[in-house]
Design a protein around this ligand. Structure first.
Ligand SMILES: CC(C)(COP(=O)(O)OP(=O)(O)OC[C@H]1O[C@@H](n2cnc3c(N)ncnc32)[C@H](O)[C@@H]1OP(=O)(O)O)[C@@H](O)C(=O)NCCC(=O)NCCS
Length: 181
């Protein structure tokens, strides 16, 4: 395993075990953390401030925006009907500030909206971009309301401001000292 010469890596990004990753043809932004045994394929773009957990697989056709958390062993698929050898690939986007729990499977062509949290072990088969229910989990993943603790964790991580009942606009009732962006 290795980091191919064509990989662009932004300033401040840490790849903790460079010999234990497989990165090729991709672009990784600034100040990211990439765990061991991660594979990131050709054409993938990862924004700034992202964390990619160990054993995650991110193939061609995936775009990850800024400040996204990808837990360990998250598998993105890009082929709707394998093996179609590139004929039926989907483009998947994980929008800014979203968080994907451990061991999730993300099916091809979905959009995971700004600040969404996907619970551990979910299978995301359709786009999830609900501005009220910002938590989703299950097989298939469906919106499950807003978990206060989950939202707080997101806020602590990247200060996401969401349009939901637990938004941190104004003063956060749980963490009054948290400064909204
Ligand atoms: C989704 C999540 C945020 C929910 O947290 P929460 O709001 O505190 O939820 P609760 O623990 O109160 O559980 C509420 C219900 O949802 C169920 N539930 C919680 N998480 C679930 C999940 N990932 N998949 C399926 N069901 C889940 C619980 O069993 C419980 O069901 P019940 O009411 O029948 O007992 C959390 O369980 C989770 O998956 N976190 C991600 C952890 C992770 O992957 N971290 C990555 C770094 S290691």
């Amino acid at each position: 395993m290795a980091i191919a010469a064509d990989v662009e890596i932004g300033e401040g990004t840490k790849i903790h075990h460079p010999d234990l990753v497989n990165l090729y043809g991709c672009k990784i932004g600034k100040n990211c953390n990439i765990g061991a045994f991660v594979e990131i394929g050709k054409g993938v773009v990862i924004g700034d401030g992202c964390r990619i957990g160990a054993h995650s697989f991110i193939p061609e056709g995936v775009t990850i925006e800024d400040n996204v958390f990808i837990g360990p062993a998250v598998v993105f698929c890009n082929d709707y009907y394998p093996p179609s050898f590139g004929k039926h690939w989907g483009h998947t986007v994980v929008k800014q500030g979203a968080s994907i729990g451990a061991n999730c499977t993300i099916c091809p062509g979905v959009v995971i909206g700004n600040g969404m949290m996907i619970g551990a072990g979910a299978v995301v088969t359709k786009s999830i971009n609900n501005h009220v229910d910002c938590l989703a989990y299950g097989h298939p993943a469906r919106p499950k309301g807003s978990s206060p603790m989950a939202i707080l964790d997101l806020c602590k991580f990247n200060q996401v401001i969401r349009t939901c009942e637990y938004t941190c606009e104004g003063t956060c009732p749980y963490y009054p000292t948290l400064n909204p962006v």
